[in-house]
Design a protein around this ligand. Structure first.
Ligand SMILES: Nc1ncnc2c1ncn2[C@@H]1O[C@H](COP(=O)(O)OP(=O)(O)OP(=O)(O)O)[C@@H](O)[C@H]1O
Ligand SMILES: [Mg+2]
Length: 355
């Protein structure tokens, strides 16, 4: 096959961080404010599209807990960013009709942070901890008795006068979310009664999500336009919604209307260099690096990460999952390789690559 050469120089990676990408599945700083992510979040099981298996499990567990007037079992939600973990935690609280306290492991560094959260829980309430794999050892140890026996063991005093005081907590539900389930310690993992994994969404589901958001944004969106966005949003609702907003801007400036058809989607995404599979310069640069190393790799994760100016953990949990899912790259013990499908894609997208 013909070798497609990359236009990217090594220096392109400098200052071009994955975080700034339009197709970054992770939340961009301040995005929830500026793009009102919260406003389009589904609020109930009925509103939540796709993930049918997970939704059924959660819906049955919720109904059972409600009818027994008990707190829901602790829930661990994992999967790539932007697929609905936080949304599901909020839906659980909504469906149970209980309070939801939201926190994130990096904000719980000091013991008093987690103690404060636990002491403020309401009976049957939900405590949502995002990025739960990042909890400190101390925070985890405070959580264990809280999760198992709804008890907080506090050490009062120091040295020889130190003693433990047990404080009774109301029955509550911990909902933990993570993109890196393998990094959760096994004692913590074992304390979740329900563990559910989020999958990338199917085209039809994304089509429904996009139509729902279009409705909310008061856009008139053709069927073909909606499917084209669905094809390019990497199976991820957060990206679908973000693309839709950018296309809405484009439509407004180009046509002064809120009407979006297929050609508007194609032209607008061409401007943003998002190709027919939802890949951008960053992904294509990664694929080209593989292509240019022995015609397809293997290249180690750390080498890829440093050449792309991204950290290895982000590359592995944010960028790679979709490329693996669509079969463009493969993980091998010797590093990442580019598949025939990946090579074919680079050839097909040669125009956008050379822009
Ligand atoms: N099943 C769904 N139906 C409709 N919209 C959805 C669905 N899942 C997610 N979304 C939309 O995608 C956005 C991102 O979802 P959410 O914040 O729940 O992702 P996440 O998995 O928590 O991501 P992260 O790992 O970055 O925290 C939400 O604001 C919501 O509008
Ligand atoms: Mg989240």
């Amino acid at each position: 096959m013909a070798i497609v050469s990359s236009n990217f120089s090594q220096s392109d990676s400098k200052g071009f961080k994955g975080k700034e990408r339009l197709v970054n599945p992770a939340e961009i700083a301040n995005e929830s404010n500026s793009l009102k992510e919260d406003s389009v979040r589904p609020k109930s099981f009925d509103d939540f599209m796709g993930q049918s298996g997970l939704k059924e499990v959660m819906s049955i567990s919720t109904k059972a807990a409600i009818s027994r007037s008990e707190a829901l079992d602790h829930v661990l939600l994992y999967g790539p960013p932007g697929l609905g973990k936080t949304t599901m935690a909020l839906i659980l609280a909504n469906e149970m009709g209980v309070d939801c306290r939201i926190s994130s492991a990096p904000a719980l560094e000091r013991p008093r942070d987690i103690v404060g959260l636990l002491l403020n829980l309401k009976p049957m309430g939900i405590l949502f901890i995002d990025e739960i794999h990042r909890l400190t050892k101390v925070a985890e140890e405070l959580l264990y008795p809280a999760l198992e026996d709804f008890r907080l063991d506090l050490t009062v005093g120091k040295g020889t006068t130190a003693r433990t005081r047990a404080i009774k907590l109301p029955r509550f539900t911990l909902v933990g979310a993570t993109t890196r389930p393998a990094s959760i310690s096994s004692p913590l993992r074992d304390r979740f009664g329900i563990t559910q994994r989020f999958e990338f969404y199917k085209l039809e589901e994304l089509h429904q999500i996009i139509n729902r958001t279009a409705n909310y944004l008061e856009l008139s969106l053709s069927n073909e336009a909606s499917f084209e966005i669905a094809k390019r949003c990497r199976g991820t609702p957060r990206i679908a919604n973000r693309l839709l907003r950018r296309i809405r801007d484009f439509a407004l400036v180009q046509t002064n209307q809120n009407v979006i058809d297929l050609s508007l989607v194609v032209n607008s995404l061409q401007l943003h260099k998002v190709d027919s599979c939802g890949l951008d310069n960053f992904d294509r640069k990664l694929l080209f690096m593989l292509l240019n190393t022995n015609n397809g790799g293997p290249v180690g994760l750390d080498t890829l990460a440093s050449a792309l100016g991204e950290d290895a953990a982000t590359l592995e949990s944010v960028v790679e999952p979709f490329l693996l899912q669509i079969g463009f790259i493969k993980r091998t013990p010797r590093g990442r390789i580019l598949t025939e499908q990946g090579k074919k894609h680079l050839m097909n997208e040669v125009d956008i690559c050379q822009d």
